[in-house]
Ligand binder design. Structure first.
Ligand code: PMV
Length: 322
């Protein structure tokens, strides 16, 4: 049996506009997906997801493509597995893939990318296929493109490498040295939504030449560059303020919700350096940055405002076997 784990991610600044070429700052956090893979009946790939409560069986068809029987939600993951079977020359093989995760689904924490990355790593491990991190990330992106239509690729990158990353499309990522001097508290509104739809809507408005949105895009790009510098200087007051500014711009762009705004406000009132929605918005999660000794207070405030809180640390490793 081969087992792999991959972390969740939070976007500290720059979501949405990262799809349109602006930089974004993100961190891997210590909530994990775990995928275990073992040999199964020849020519059949069975995938089961504990969290989604679904199982699907895929059978190698005459054309060489796999035909699904079961839940369509697992088809994008099968695309990743298919690519790896191809690389390993193992199409006739059978696999039993079990997906477990402590990352809430569809709320902006990159659960799909994390699952794709741990699946790619676990399947390659069972087949004895040596893949670099870049190759794992590329393979996982097949699923991301199928689910999210036009992803920036930041989720797959961060969950693969771990740590804190400055990301810009078309440029090599810059990996920052993480610190434990600051805490990230996540607040989940519990309202799930489709990243693909939110990203498409935003993309459509930018394509139509929405000047306000284009100005916001430039402003968020500047915020990310300042946030990067603040993180490098360990100036968390400044970083928190920049997160507040980023949230305000996302709110004006129409991707926040009153629930998210309430959790953000509660975290700030409880002493966080700053807070903002994270990921695509429209529901999902917010994050607050705070001193490690204030994490408990900020978590309680988020819970009192109706959110589910997770006090997390930066994951420094990314995907791992075992
Ligand atoms: O909501 P999530 O975790 O899927 O994050 C999406 C981040 C976006 O910037 C909105 C999209 C992207 O692909 O970068």
């Amino acid at each position: 049996m081969s087992i792999a784990h991959a972390p969740a991610k939070v976007i500290i600044t720059g979501e949405h506009f990262v799809v349109h070429g602006q930089p974004a700052l993100a961190a891997a956090v210590n909530l994990y997906s775990t995928v275990s893979v073992e040999a199964g009946s020849p020519g059949i790939v069975e995938i089961s997801s504990t969290e989604l409560g679904v199982t699907a069986r895929f059978q190698a068809g005459k054309e060489g493509s796999f035909i699904g029987d079961g839940h369509r939600m697992l088809e994008p993951l099968m695309l990743v597995i298919e690519k790896i079977l191809d690389r390993a020359g193992g199409r006739g093989l059978g696999l039993r893939v079990r997906v477990e995760s402590e990352i809430p689904v569809g709320v902006g924490l990159g659960s799909s990318a994390s699952t794709a990355v741990s699946t790619a790593t676990a399947v390659a491990g069972l087949l004895g296929l040596k893949l670099t991190r870049d190759q794992i990330c590329e393979l996982a992106s097949v699923q991301e493109r199928s689910i999210h239509k036009k992803p920036s690729g930041i989720d797959a990158l961060v969950t693969t490498y771990g740590g804190v990353v400055l990301f810009k499309l078309g440029q090599p990522p810059f990996h920052l040295e993480p610190t434990d001097d600051v805490r990230i508290v996540i607040g989940n509104t519990g309202a799930s939504r489709s990243t693909g739809d939110l990203v498409s809507r935003m993309g459509h408005r930018i394509q139509m030449g929405d000047m306000d949105l284009m100005r916001m895009s430039d402003a968020v790009g500047q915020i990310t560059l300042k946030a990067f510098e603040a993180y490098m200087r360990r100036d968390f007051h400044q970083l928190g303020q920049l997160m507040d500014e980023n949230h305000e711009l996302l709110r004006q762009a129409g991707v926040s919700t009153s629930q998210l705004d309430n959790l953000v406000e509660a975290a700030r009132d409880a002493g966080a350096f700053g807070a903002k929605l994270t990921g695509a918005g429209g529901g999902g999660c917010m994050i607050a940055l705070c001193r490690p000794d204030e994490g408990g207070r900020v978590s309680k405030a988020i819970e009192a405002a109706g959110g589910r809180s997770y006090s997390v640390a930066v994951d420094r490793v990314g995907v791992r076997i075992g």
